[in-house]
Ligand binder design. Structure first.
Ligand code: ADP
Length: 543
């Protein structure tokens, strides 16, 4: 027997209309390339999205066509999110930090018809324009007064494009499973792969993100997404904020600028900020130098890479800010686990609470987890057994865009293989020990490179650290610690190795340390271990 409830489709345009109607006066503050502080309301944002939707229809696009963006986090980018998806097209956010050949590959693979681009990225497109011939035109995200000179063909100014359009628009009644947005994985191995989100997956993900033990947004929050809109939909923030009525503060091109972020947090009263660990390193360093504390900030959600224990402690003890670690992937929209406190664990000591906070967190309702051994058998949730992490749920990809067959990425029984290795404890807290391809296997046993990196980050002489496995005649592989020294410090090899004693198992301690000026990073700011392994391919441990 079927239930008797309405089958109303879950559509992104419904979030826009809800936000405009119920939170119309809520503010959106942006730093942009052409304005140090732009401020308007949800109602104005959605009006302009409707104007843009009219303009997009006039460009002669068909439903399902891809429209790309190459832009920082600001209000115009948000308008595009709602206009493109809401009108039935697919919003393809492109990462401007990609290398030119990756940009060419992605834009051509997605068959983008138009590209909306920040003025500062116009030169990037000029360099590759002869290789992306199928793109019909470019819209520069600025007003007529700030239009750059450009050799790009068929260029329109964003403000001119929408100026004469009506703010009335009848959003189409789409199938909730139709594609809404496209984002490519950073491609640390092989070509980048496209993950195609749907309206339904996006809305369910935003609902789940807004649960109190997840991001927990409310209309009282002021949210600073330092995670880029061009990387996995800024973890769903464009949707969850408008849904909840939270004020949004967009940092524009000031993403990695500790001083600018601190100023935005103070002046706008930010209560929740989100980003990868690297970003917070810059902010914490600035605050410590300038003697500032982050008064209004209540919590930060940090993910995309393991969060160092020392960072969680500094946020907690110096700034009175709760760190919620998150784990996920482009293929998962991206939220999978969030580390919020759990009832029954209040009596843990401060130290044990810190240890727990270094884990990736508990699975959210809607994202099932399992860990399996090499034969695919499920492993116990005891916090000790580790194995390949699989996930399943309505906001996890079922395949990649235009890559036929999901056999390589999915199991026969329908789980997505994340490529991460993890433990899960009896309370349901998952901890990533490594990516499958980064695991160090010493004498047949696994050593967690993430834990070794995390531990040494607590040493004041270390600015950044990576641990890779290097061939060893007796143990097959042993860990090598590669370190960027903190400015003005001079930690020695022996000092750093001694620092591990008592903190990790003796046989985990790296065999050697190499100091470098910088580590190679991917376009999303993660350490590029493949590159690092190449760099140290000829390295041999001292006898
Ligand atoms: P890509 O896979 O292209 O590098 P993603 O942003 O999708 O880009 O990266 C997802 C991966 O990042 C995860 O599979 C995991 O290895 C890593 N990751 C994300 N969050 C965490 C975390 N909290 N702790 C450890 N690793 C993390």
């Amino acid at each position: 027997m079927q239930g008797l409830m309405m089958n109303t489709p879950l559509l992104i345009s419904a979030i826009a209309e809800h936000g405009s109607r119920f939170h119309g006066e809520r503010e959106i503050v942006s730093v942009t390339g052409d304005n140090p502080r732009h401020c308007y309301t949800f109602r104005q944002a959605i009006n302009r999205s409707r104007q843009l939707a009219n303009a997009l229809d006039n460009l002669g696009l068909d439903h399902g066509d891809r429209v790309a963006t190459l832009a920082w986090n600001d209000y115009r980018h948000l308008e595009i999110y709602y206009a493109v998806s809401g009108a039935g097209y697919v919003c393809h956010t492109v990462n401007p930090r990609l290398f030119p050949d990756q940009l060419i590959y992605i834009i051509n693979h997605a068959e983008d018809r138009w590209i909306f681009v920040d003025a500062m990225f116009v030169p990037l497109l000029e360099k590759i324009s002869e290789h992306i011939k199928d793109v019909e035109g470019f819209v520069v995200l600025t007003d007529a007064a700030h239009m750059p000179e450009t050799s790009l063909p068929n260029v329109i100014c964003y403000e001119t494009l929408i100026a004469d359009e009506s703010a009335e628009y009848a959003w189409p009644d789409l199938d909730e499973n139709s594609a809404s947005a496209l984002c490519y994985t950073s491609g640390t191995t092989g070509d980048p792969k496209g993950v195609l989100y749907s309206h339904r997956s996006t809305i369910l993900h935003a609902y789940a993100g807004n649960a109190p033990d997840a991001l927990g947004l409310s209309s009282n929050d002021v949210v600073l997404p330092v995670v880029p809109l061009f990387h996995v939909n800024a973890w769903g923030i464009p949707y969850s904020t408008i849904m909840a009525g939270s004020k949004i503060v967009f940092p524009g091109p000031k993403m990695g600028d500790g001083e600018a972020l601190c100023e935005l947090i103070e002046s706008e009263g930010v209560t929740l900020a989100l980003g990868v660990p690297t970003v917070w390193l810059a902010l914490l360093q600035y605050c410590s130098k300038a003697g500032k504390t982050l008064g209004s900030l209540q919590r930060t959600v940090i993910g995309g890479a393991a969060v160092p224990r020392s960072m969680i402690q500094e946020f907690r003890d110096v700034h009175n800010v709760e760190v919620r670690q998150g784990w996920g992937m482009t293929e998962m929209s991206p939220l999978g686990t969030i580390n919020a406190q759990k009832a029954g664990l209040e009596s843990l000591s401060d130290d044990d609470k810190l240890d727990l906070a270094t884990k990736a967190g508990r699975g959210m309702f809607g994202c099932e987890l399992r860990i399996v051994d090499d034969d695919g058998n499920s492993l116990p949730w005891d916090g000790v057994a580790y194995g390949a992490l699989h996930v399943r749920g309505p906001w996890v990809c079922s395949d990649y865009f235009k890559l036929d067959g999901s056999a390589e990425s999915h199991t026969e029984d329908g789980w997505f293989e994340t490529g991460d290795v993890a433990t899960i404890d009896a309370n349901g807290f998952m901890a990533i020990t490594d990516r499958t391809k980064d695991v160090i296997k010493s004498g047949g046993e696994w050593i967690s490179s993430i834990e070794l990196e995390n531990t040494v980050m607590g040493h004041e002489g270390v600015a950044e650290a990576a641990v890779i496995g290097v061939a060893h005649p007796k143990w097959t592989e042993r860990p090598l610690l590669v370190v960027v020294r903190a400015a003005g410090t001079n930690a020695t090899r022996d000092e750093l190795l001694a620092y591990y004693e008592g903190k990790v198992a003796g046989w985990w301690i790296p065999n050697d340390v190499q100091f470098v000026d910088e580590l190679p990073h991917t376009a999303t700011g993660k350490i590029k271990k493949i590159e690092l392994r190449k760099q140290f391919a000829d390295y041999a441990f001292p006898d």
